[in-house]
Each structure stands twice: as structure tokens, then as C-alpha cells.
Design a protein around this ligand. Structure first.
Ligand code: IPE
Ligand code: IPE
Ligand code: MG
Length: 231
């Protein structure tokens, strides 16, 4: 069975570039091109929700030069990729704190969401300046505000209510999370939502991750036995 929601931690761009004697930014360019290919493929095969991790709240720690190259790439790729996604009927949403981005990038993010709001195909979440912990704290603040304003009673806060205050409000939790590059960790990705996600770690760097690798991850997922705590 196909997962309803797939998450991808697009990791390994830097190592891909290093192996070729190229600057890390070249790895990010190759990774961005691959993002476009794999996203279109997911839409073609009928995945309903795809979340890609593009930039974490911790990635600001990188050298200014690398962060600058990533920001330029986001601007360029969003413009280009978004045109294709329009044709593919893909709805694009951004997860994360966009207030940290430069005004032009923020504007592009907002414009993209608005332009694709009526699309009925795959939902593509791009996690940018996203952190699972940051998202949970933000949800707490929103809930506290509603309680203080008398619009919500504390005793009515349950898991569904909490989920609806996350960036992914209204969406199903991820069934499958793929991490290329071989790292065995979550790195602050969809902490709340991934409670019962199946993890597939693949020893392949993101720019080298091909459609056949996605197929392989889907096959591995299909063979997993999900019990959700039951028997
Ligand atoms: C993922 O690739 C891209 C971002 C985090 C923005 P990395 O840049 O983390 O690549 P490695 O892990 O250093 O190879
Ligand atoms: C996770 O990768 C973030 C993205 C892929 C955007 P990192 O490369 O930042 O994660 P760590 O540092 O290896 O945990
Ligand atoms: Mg990395």
C-alpha cells in the first residue's frame, strides 16, 4: 500500500560535493534539482502528501557563506520549481518560522502558497527554518493565547486539538520518513507527527537519490508491519 504521507530529510548534499572536490554549495544546487525531480515523481505516482526538509532551525549555525548560498538557491528554485508544480496541480505549503527570512523570500513564500491554494493534487510541504521543537513551542503559545482569550478551555486540549495547532494542521501524520545519507537520527524533523512513522534510512546521498530509490523505500515500507501499539 502507498503511504498517504511521506517525509524526506534531504540530507547529504555537502558530502556529495566534497566527494567531487566541489564547494558545498554545488551539492545544494544538485540537491535542489533533485528535489524538483522527486517531488514530481511523488505526485505522478499518487502520493497524497509529501513533506521535504530543506532547512532546519539549527542550520543557521553553518558558515554565513553556505547559508547565503542556500537562501539564494531557495529564491531561484522556488520561482522555477513552482511553475512546474502549478502545471502538476500541486498545492505548496511551507512549514516553519518564515519571519527569519529576508523580505523578498518571505514574499515569494506567501505568493507561492496563495497561488497554489486552489490546487487539488498532491500537497507538498516544504519545511524551511523548521524545527520540531520550535513547532511544539509555537503550538503551546497559540493554545495559551486561546485559553487566555476564553476561546478554549484547558481541559479541551487533547491530541487532535494540539495537532491542529502545528504547521501541519489538518494533515495526516507521516507514514514513512526517508533519510538518505545514512544518518540514523531525526534532526528535529516532525517530532510530534512522526510518533508512529516508519523510518527508512538509505545509504545514498540526496543528490544521488533517484526515482528507483524512492520505489525501493516504498517497497520496504509496504513490507513493514505497523501495530501502533496493538498486537
Ligand atoms: C542537507 O545536506 C541540506 C541542508 C541541511 C540544508 P547537508 O548540507 O547537511 O549535507 P551533509 O550532511 O553535510 O553531507
Ligand atoms: C537535517 O540535516 C536538516 C535538513 C536536511 C534540512 P542536517 O545535516 O542539518 O542534520 P545533522 O546536523 O546531520 O543532524
Ligand atoms: Mg547533513
Amino acid at each position: 500500500m502507498l503511504p498517504r504521507h511521506v517525509g524526506i530529510i534531504m540530507d547529504g548534499n555537502g558530502r556529495w560535493a566534497k566527494k567531487r572536490g566541489l564547494p558545498r554549495s554545488a551539492g545544494h544546487t544538485a540537491g535542489a534539482a533533485n528535489f524538483r525531480t522527486i517531488t514530481k515523481y511523488c505526485s505522478t505516482i499518487g502520493i497524497p502528501y509529501l513533506t521535504v526538509y530543506a532547512f532546519s532551525t539549527e542550520n543557521w549555525k553553518r558558515p554565513a557563506e553556505e547559508v547565503g548560498a542556500l537562501m539564494r538557491l531557495f529564491r531561484q528554485y522556488l520561482e522555477e520549481a513552482l511553475r512546474d508544480f502549478q502545471e502538476e496541480n500541486i498545492r505548496v505549503l511551507f512549514l516553519g518560522d518564515r519571519s527569519a527570512f529576508a523580505p523578498e523570500l518571505r514574499e515569494l513564500i506567501n505568493r507561492t502558497e496563495e497561488a497554489s491554494a486552489d490546487k487539488t493534487g498532491m500537497v507538498l510541504n516544504i519545511a524551511m527554518n523548521y524545527g520540531g521543537r520550535d513547532e511544539i513551542i509555537r503550538a503551546c503559545r497559540l493554545l495559551i493565547e486561546e485559553v487566555q482569550q476564553g476561546r478554549l478551555h484547558a481541559e479541551d486540549i487533547d491530541e487532535a486539538c494540539f495537532s491542529n495547532h502545528l504547521y501541519t494542521a489538518g494533515q495526516p501524520d507521516p507514514d514513512l520518513i526517508i533519510r538518505p545519507s545514512g544518518e540514523n537520527r531525526i534532526s528535529n524533523f516532525l517530532l510530534w507527527q512522526s510518533a508512529y512513522a516508519e523510518y527508512v534510512i538509505m545509504d545514498i546521498l540526496w543528490p544521488d537519490f533517484k526515482k528507483k530509490d524512492l520505489d525501493r523505500a516504498l517497497e520496504i515500507f509496504a513490507k513493514r508491519s505497523r501495530r501502533f501499539g496493538g498486537v
